[in-house]
Ligand binder design. Sequence first.
Ligand code: ATP
Ligand code: SF4
Ligand code: MG
Length: 373
Amino acid sequence: MTTTSSEGVRAGAATDAVLEVDGLGVEFPTEDGIVRAVRGVGYRLGPGDSLGIVGESGSGKSVTATAVMGLLPATAKVRGSVRFEGTELLGLSDARLSDIRGKGIAMIFQDPMTSLNPVYTVGYQIAETLQRHHPDMKTREARVRAVDLLGTVGIPGPERRVDSYPHELSGGMRQRVVIAIAMANDPDVIIADEPTTALDVTVQAQILDALETARAETGAALVLITHDLGVVAGHTDRVAVMYAGRIVETGSVEDIFYAPRMPYTLGLLGSLPRLDREEERLTPISGSPPSLLNLPPGCPFAPRCPMRRDVCDRDEPPLRPAGRDGHLSACHFAEDLVGTGAEQVFDAVGADSEALARFADATSTGNREEDSV
Ligand SMILES: Nc1ncnc2c1ncn2[C@@H]1O[C@H](COP(=O)(O)OP(=O)(O)OP(=O)(O)O)[C@@H](O)[C@H]1O
Ligand code: SF4
Ligand SMILES: [Mg+2]
């Protein structure tokens, strides 16, 4: 997986990508003005690659995924490019897109009931998905495969459960059914949008395992969307952090967790409980993301950023290389974060300006540790 951006930064060598998103922009005209929901998002997935897309509510994660699937409302204005195995999807007819949905790219939504029809058994719904892309498949054969798929995603007694209606299953079991449907036609890409958010922690882990199984069985590339940075660790190879409709940092999981180069990412990391520390001390980011209506100039994170300087209010930073190959950051002062922890940056929030000045001094004297990765 490599990440591209509207600014033309392209990290890593070009591979035979299954999914390439480039300069993706989505605007919604509304009564109050234009909502710029996605602003120049780009990424590239090779076969079997995995990317976690992380960001707070409203950062544009779902709109990005919905644009890739061609499921945005007709009023949305979309620009850029989404290529699946080299075919441009933006502007493709509904009929061609339906061919690609499910078979080429499968999507898993947060709420399983969005995908499941309450009036049909889960077995019928899996069989229907199979037969849509394989019209010659006999009903008996489709049922056998449905039982098989239910077993693969960890549903106990699949021979019985195949005849259950969605309401007869728990939330976790329903999400497993949705994963079974997603893997039914052996897709090349699975996009999972907050697949575990509505579930309790134990079930979350089981669903992530079922997703891993689906990936292993199909060899599909995975886009895992979540607001929780903790979820991507161990489940994706790369991470893209979104803020105000853009990717503001991207890199390998190691880059993002051990050498972040964007204060926002540092803030997200500082909000994660650390099991390796005896005294757990969280440093949450204060404030909330900006409205995407009439976004002011400059860095959208500036109102919440303890490292903000004058240039930040003027110029929005481009996404640019900021570490090892493929590690990009959209911060004017990415290099100042080398060897810095969330406590050092975010303790300054709400503190007096002296604390902030001390931090700025310390970073500008070059008195920093070397990059830990
Ligand atoms: N149909 C629409 N019309 C107008 N604005 C929209 C529409 N759909 C989404 N938006 C806006 O686009 C922005 C991005 O929304 P999106 O759903 O992608 O956020 P998200 O990152 O998925 O958040 P969450 O974590 O809450 O799911 C939000 O400001 C949202 O209000
Ligand atoms: S560009 Fe400025 S305001 Fe934006 S994250 Fe970097 S230091 Fe903070
Ligand atoms: Mg969403």
